[in-house]
Write a protein that binds this ligand. Structure first.
Ligand code: FAD
Ligand code: FES
Ligand code: FES
Length: 489
């Protein structure tokens, strides 16, 4: 059954909405429908963090607990709030008393014009809900998606570092049990939908419902986190006629490990699988920590990153290098293909009408294999890649027995460099074979010039990354040899 209502907690109050255009973002809803203007609009594209709010949800592993996540309200569609608690800056203070995430900003002189301040406060609030004593790196990670143009970051970071020292129970802690009860009740409701201005939104709850919805309405647009899709609405003023949200589909939001593989549901946000991937592939975990900022990783998904088919998406080259596969679902029938075979041309994929990505399967590493990832962007945090290089190399001694060199930002689609790979495969990894691979790469790619980099820069950096990978492997081998000698001695 489908009901034409979206229900969620706005702070501690149950809200029911209907007849609103589902293209509305959470930010627009807060400011224009609720007249809560504490949440600011800076960029409307997920870059500045001024619009940061917090979503509390039932923990998927323990429904007796809540998780608190910072998100960018400017690129989150209103329908995605169903079944969650939306926490905004207005309700942090208890009566006249500021929340400690706010008070420490005052105490540390962390605000001048104040435009960015609500966003910083909300990022700090989300951090301290799970981590009472964050270290500096954790604070930086939590605040990396928030920009301030006037105060400077030292005092804001100081404030977030000390925020929990005066940690007192806030109104959300006081309502914790009641919030769990309400969200549990909302979870049991029939499939929610929203209709307004002739546009519709629906959030199927299982894979069959999703498949039927897409078969019946093949022109629907899938939305997961919306961190790509919402930009077409906020930046290009597109209107999406029919949004189908995949974030409530149980089968698409799981992560499973077998002895040899990790299977990640296409609609699971990065934050929910980063630790698992970091454990098996530290380079991959580090790279994911550079996808957008915390707010983007809290909602953005693998299905959205691959499904968007952008030539500069960070995950596709990594998945191609890893030999990952993806399961596609069409009206009850599934097929599994290599991620490498998904991309046909710029923004064109093998997805058939009504078909969607169910999951991505990543093989676990075995001895002798190396994965190296290099993200080249102008800034460390919250920036799109000019080039993303992903190298998978398997060796028997010095000899390369298997190699996949995949790149993003070098062509209209993420793809491998077959000529460069051929220069390495079957040969020892030496200065000479690496020089040949670098030269061969020029026949694999003719990169373009755009705002992020020139064609020459892209080619030079991609070639040099092959050499960097070789030098890092050499020094790792040398270190290992020294460690072995020390142990043997
Ligand atoms: C500020 C900012 C910084 C960013 N930084 C990076 C970055 O550093 N690296 C990077 O790679 N990306 C970056 N992105 C882009 C984006 O966050 C990622 O691509 C993210 O993974 C998209 O996931 P999503 O769930 O939000 O996708 P959505 O926006 O929901 O969807 C994107 C596309 O995929 C389709 N889709 C979604 N789910 C499925 C599915 N299951 N099957 C088929 N199609 C599907 C949608 O229809 C849509 O066309 C950034 C975005 C922002 C706003
Ligand atoms: S307004 Fe800048 S991130 Fe939302
Ligand atoms: S206080 Fe002015 S932008 Fe940060």
């Amino acid at each position: 059954m489908v009901v034409n209502t979206i229900k969620f907690l706005l702070n501690n109050e149950l809200v029911e909405i209907e007849n609103l255009d589902p293209n509305l973002t959470v930010l627009q809803y807060l400011r224009e429908e609720q007249f809560k203007s504490g949440t600011k609009e800076g960029c409307a594209s997920g870059d500045c963090g001024a619009c940061t709010v917090v979503l509390a949800e039932l923990d998927t592993e323990n429904s007796e607990q809540l998780t608190y996540k910072s998100i960018n309200s400017c690129i989150t569609f209103i329908g995605n709030l169903h079944g969650k608690q939306l926490i905004t800056v207005e309700d942090l203070k208890d009566g006249a008393k500021l929340h400690h995430a706010q008070q420490t900003i005052v105490d540390n002189h962390g605000s001048q014009c104040g435009f960015c301040t609500p966003g910083f406060v909300m990022s700090s609030f989300a951090l301290h809900k799970h981590n009472q004593k964050p270290n500096r790196a954790e604070v930086l990670e939590a605040l990396a998606g928030n920009l301030c143009r006037c105060t400077g970051y030292r005092s804001i970071i100081e404030a977030a570092m000390t925020s929990s020292e005066a940690n007192q129970e806030d109104s959300f802690a006081k309502h914790y049990q009641q919030t769990i009860i309400t969200l549990t009740e909302l979870e049991k409701l029939p499939t929610p939908s929203l209709n307004g201005n002739g546009n519709t939104y629906i959030a199927p709850q299982n894979i069959d419902e999703l498949a039927i919805e897409l078969t019946n309405e093949p022109k629907s647009t899938l939305v997961a986190g919306g961190t790509d899709l919402a930009l077409s609405v906020t930046q290009n003023l597109a209107v999406v006629k029919k949004l189908v949200y995949v974030g409530n589909v149980a089968e698409l939001t799981t992560i499973e490990e077998t002895e040899s593989e990790i299977v990640i549901g296409s609609a699971l946000p990065y934050s929910d699988f980063i630790d698992t991937l970091h454990h098996h592939y530290p380079d991959l975990g580090d790279m994911i920590e550079r996808i957008g900022a915390k707010q983007v990783r809290n909602t953005g998904t693998l299905g959205g990153n691959v499904g968007n088919a952008s030539p500069i998406g960070d995950m596709p080259p990594a998945l191609i290098a890893l030999g990952a596969t993806m399961t596609l679902h069409l009206n009850g029938t599934e097929r599994t293909i290599l991620v490498e075979d998904f991309f046909l041309d710029y923004k064109k994929t093998v997805l058939k009408t009504s078909e969607f990505i169910k999951s991505i399967t990543i093989p676990k590493p075995v001895a002798g294999q190396t994965l190296k990832l290099y993200k080249i962007s102008k800034r460390l945090d919250d920036d799109i890649s000019a080039v993303l290089a992903a190298f998978f190399i398997e060796q028997d001694g010095e000899k390369v027995t298997n190699v996949r060199l995949a790149f993003g930002g070098m062509a209209g689609i993420p793809k491998r460099g077959p000529a460069a790979e051929a220069a390495l495969l079957g040969n020892n990894l030496t200065k000479e074979s690496v020089a040949q691979a670098k030269a061969a790469l020029a026949t694999d790619f003719q990169p373009m010039t755009d705002v992020r980099a020139t064609d020459k820069y892209r080619m030079t950096v991609a070639q040099n990354l092959i050499e960097k990978c070789y030098l890092e492997l050499q020094s790792a081998h040398k270190r290992k040899a020294i460690e072995t000698r020390v142990v043997n001695y």
